[in-house]
Ligand binder design. Structure first.
Ligand code: ZN
Length: 394
């Protein structure tokens, strides 16, 4: 057991896009009195020893015994300073927001991921039922809980009830609309558990998503024609977005699966919400859907000003509803545009949007998608920790 093994397992899962995207997921290793946990916003794929924060294990665990204010902003601020204070001397990085969860497990290694396959179950209507059917009562299922202190407290209470019943400490915890925690005393055991989890879920998947390039079945046009049209739209979108975002960057992507979901407003309904905090952080609370009447206008030779004004109006009313501009704009029969203040963030938005599509497609095998509740979405939108995480990654 060593930090080398922690780095190896972190990089391995971190570089598998089926397991980790952007700054998502976190890992830890603990000795008798020290916890090494991923620093907030660090990418697992390339993490080195310096990407982990060293904390005093008992001090982290003791945070849950402290009293905190009821107001969520004040509470999270105090929990964060308690976490910062639990760092060993000389540590400068900010520990992952999920640090306390890692400390709770009495196992040496913890690998926490948000894999699309697992979230296909956890973001579905039949999440709890399916977890029960697939994994029995040896795993812990936790209904959606606000991340941060509240989730740590909830999990700690659930663990207490669990062990009070004489059951051995769970190695697997499923969090609704969030992801999975796997804990074990060796990296080999972690791998064994993950492959068992993936195999069992895969055995129940009906349709798997298809992200291949396409000759649009809807437009009956070549990919090039589709991209030409996208270029024109992209130009109009940049100009429209300028009214709301300082020097906006727009990236475009289309594939079979995007087009399938962009074929009509009702096809789009299975994407019109937030699956998990990660999706909100990188791709926004929901995408904006624009019907292809905008394409017809371009085709019929509408003036650039008219097209831009029409797009700006749609973005404007989205901002009115959501309080922020859309990070993903889906145009019917065309594809998806990532919109952000820089190219990397626009690409990340599209990456997480494709991940949301995967989750949505998988969820169809378990009763269909189940989005986060509006109040939970608002909490994440306002949460300082998540804002910090998205700035570090971008
Ligand atoms: Zn997480």
């Amino acid at each position: 057991m060593s930090i080398k093994e922690l780095i190896e397992v972190s990089q391995r899962y971190g570089s598998d896009p089926e397991c980790v995207l952007a700054g998502g997921g976190n890992t830890s290793w603990k000795t008798k009195d020290t916890l090494f946990v991923k620093a907030s916003g660090t990418a697992l794929a390339t993490i080195q020893e310096t990407g982990f924060v060293e904390l005093d294990l008992e001090t982290v665990r003791a945070i849950l015994r402290q009293d905190f204010p009821a107001d969520s902003a004040a509470r999270e601020a105090q929990v964060l300073s308690a976490l910062m204070a639990a760092r060993k001397k000389g540590q400068t990085m900010r520990p992952s927001v999920e640090t306390i969860l890692h400390a709770l497990f009495p196992y040496a290694y913890v690998v926490h991921l948000h894999p699309a396959l697992v979230n296909g179950v956890l973001c579905s209507v039949d999440a709890e039922k399916t977890i029960g059917e697939l994994f029995g009562d040896q795993v812990l299922y936790v209904p959606y809980t606000t991340p941060g202190y509240v989730l740590s407290k909830t999990l700690s209470d659930s663990f207490e009830t669990w062990t009070a019943h004489g059951k051995s400490f769970p190695s697997i915890v499923f969090l609704q609309n969030h992801g999975i925690f796997v804990a074990a005393d060796s990296v080999q055991e972690i791998d064994k558990i993950y492959s068992m989890v993936f195999d069992r879920i895969r055995s129940r998947i009906g349709r798997t998503p298809d992200f291949s390039a396409t000759e649009s079945p809807v437009l009956e046009q070549s990919v090039n024609a589709l991209f030409d049209k996208a270029a024109e739209l992209k130009d109009a979108l940049v100009k429209a977005a300028c009214r709301y975002v300082e020097s906006p960057c727009i990236e475009f992507e289309t594939n079979k699966e995007i087009l399938k979901h962009a074929a009509s407003a009702s096809d789009f309904a299975t994407l019109n919400g937030a699956f998990s905090p990660d999706h909100i952080v990188y791709a926004g609370a929901r995408p904006l859907y624009i019907p292809h009447t905008i394409l017809d206008a371009i085709q019929e030779g509408a003036k650039a000003d008219t097209v831009q004004a029409a797009l700006a109006k749609q973005i404007g009313s989205f901002i009115e509803q959501e309080g922020t501009y859309p990070h993903v704009i889906v145009v019917q029969d065309v594809g998806a545009f990532g919109l952000a203040k820089n190219t990397k963030a626009a690409q990340l938005a599209l990456m997480l949007f494709n991940d949301a599509i995967k989750v949505s497609v998988y969820s169809m095998s378990f009763g269909g998608p189940h989005f986060m509740a509006a109040a939970d979405v608002d909490f994440i939108k306002k949460w300082e920790v998540e804002q910090y995480r998205s700035t570090v990654s971008a």
